[in-house]
Design a binder for this molecule. Sequence first.
Ligand SMILES: *[C@@H]1O[C@H](CO)[C@@H](O)[C@H](O)[C@H]1NC(C)=O
Ligand SMILES: *[C@@H]1O[C@H](CO)[C@@H](O)[C@H](O)[C@H]1NC(C)=O
Ligand SMILES: *[C@@H]1O[C@H](CO)[C@@H](O)[C@H](O)[C@H]1NC(C)=O
Ligand SMILES: *[C@@H]1O[C@H](CO)[C@@H](O)[C@H](O)[C@H]1NC(C)=O
Ligand SMILES: *[C@@H]1O[C@H](CO)[C@@H](O)[C@H](O)[C@H]1NC(C)=O
Ligand SMILES: *[C@@H]1O[C@H](CO)[C@@H](O)[C@H](O)[C@H]1NC(C)=O
Ligand SMILES: *[C@@H]1O[C@H](CO)[C@@H](O)[C@H](O)[C@H]1NC(C)=O
Ligand SMILES: *[C@@H]1O[C@H](CO)[C@@H](O)[C@H](O)[C@H]1NC(C)=O
Length: 264
Amino acid sequence: MHAKVNDGKYSLWTFQRLSLCIILVELCRTHEDISTQDKDVELGGNVTLSCTPTKHYDTVQVTWQEKTDQGIENMAVYNKTGGNVLPTYKHRIRFVAPGLNDTAITFWNVSIQDNGCYYCIFNTYPLGPISGNPCLSVYDHLQTFLHYQIFDGHLNASCIATGFPRPNISWVASGAEKNEKEVTNPNGTVSVISSILVNVSSLKQQPICRVTHRREETDLKIPEAERGYLDPVVLTVLVLIIVVILVIIAVCCWRRHRKKRSGF
Ligand SMILES: *[C@@H]1O[C@H](CO)[C@@H](O)[C@H](O)[C@H]1NC(C)=O
Ligand SMILES: *[C@@H]1O[C@H](CO)[C@@H](O)[C@H](O)[C@H]1NC(C)=O
Ligand SMILES: *[C@@H]1O[C@H](CO)[C@@H](O)[C@H](O)[C@H]1NC(C)=O
Ligand SMILES: *[C@@H]1O[C@H](CO)[C@@H](O)[C@H](O)[C@H]1NC(C)=O
Ligand SMILES: *[C@@H]1O[C@H](CO)[C@@H](O)[C@H](O)[C@H]1NC(C)=O
Ligand SMILES: *[C@@H]1O[C@H](CO)[C@@H](O)[C@H](O)[C@H]1NC(C)=O
Ligand SMILES: *[C@@H]1O[C@H](CO)[C@@H](O)[C@H](O)[C@H]1NC(C)=O
Ligand SMILES: *[C@@H]1O[C@H](CO)[C@@H](O)[C@H](O)[C@H]1NC(C)=O
């Protein structure tokens, strides 16, 4: 009887350890059994996501799902009798590798909504479901504009950056008053508009609008010539130099003219 109780404890402990092992194996398995690749795609492009089991399984059905803010949504199913893409996805995706050994779907004319992660689930027999989790990173190339004007000794510069993911704007300009706003465009891209207002005479260097987009930095500079031209001191000096040159030319011409006349 004593031995039986011990046996019971022992087997319970073994059972717990075994369950833990199984859970751990299951957790690891879902990440290792399906080989996938994350993809980058430009807005409006075509891209294929594929899932390939690392070894052969007897698959009954393959299901594709999308991870959305609302939860997980079924997109498409494929089994021995054929494939079916759910109505909301019909115009967006298509099976390119219809089969149960591996699976691939193509997204046509990718939109910002397609940005995110997906599940491909292989319903295998007798193991049950195993899944892969490929992700799609949609981007739109960066477009930038720099507008500026000067009035009352102040520089008013606006830097506009449009792209996806949202571009970041920072300014390299001392003593500038900054103002930023953003707009989401109909195609899902984001335009960031950043403006500075700065007293021209307090500028120590050429102001730079620095745009960061997808780990790339772009600098937009207000031309030095423009700034110099607009600086009242430089402007005055330039005008003085021109006047002096004109005076020298006039004097030279007048002298030559006089020499020629006295020569006759
Ligand atoms: C996407 O695929 C369609 C159909 O094959 C093709 O007409 C279109 O040019 C492709 N778009 C791009 C950006 O490759
Ligand atoms: C196969 O998928 C279709 C939908 O595409 C479904 O109606 C059918 O029941 C599935 N068959 C099996 C055996 O699961
Ligand atoms: C799937 O894989 C099995 C075993 O590797 C093979 O016999 C079968 O022909 C494959 N089916 C397809 C459609 O490729
Ligand atoms: C791609 O999608 C955009 C927006 O959804 C649409 O305006 C455009 O006409 C589509 N292009 C093609 C080739 O279907
Ligand atoms: C700066 O210029 C923008 C347009 O270029 C204008 O909308 C804005 O009001 C100007 N800011 C100031 C303070 O004048
Ligand atoms: C998306 O919209 C923005 C702003 O309207 C535009 O600049 C950009 O070119 C558009 N992108 C595509 C791929 O159509
Ligand atoms: C601009 O700054 C200079 C010196 O920093 C100052 O003398 C001038 O009054 C300022 N101009 C305006 C319009 O504030
Ligand atoms: C933009 O700035 C925010 C906050 O400063 C940061 O979290 C984000 O990663 C930046 N994005 C890029 C593309 O640099």
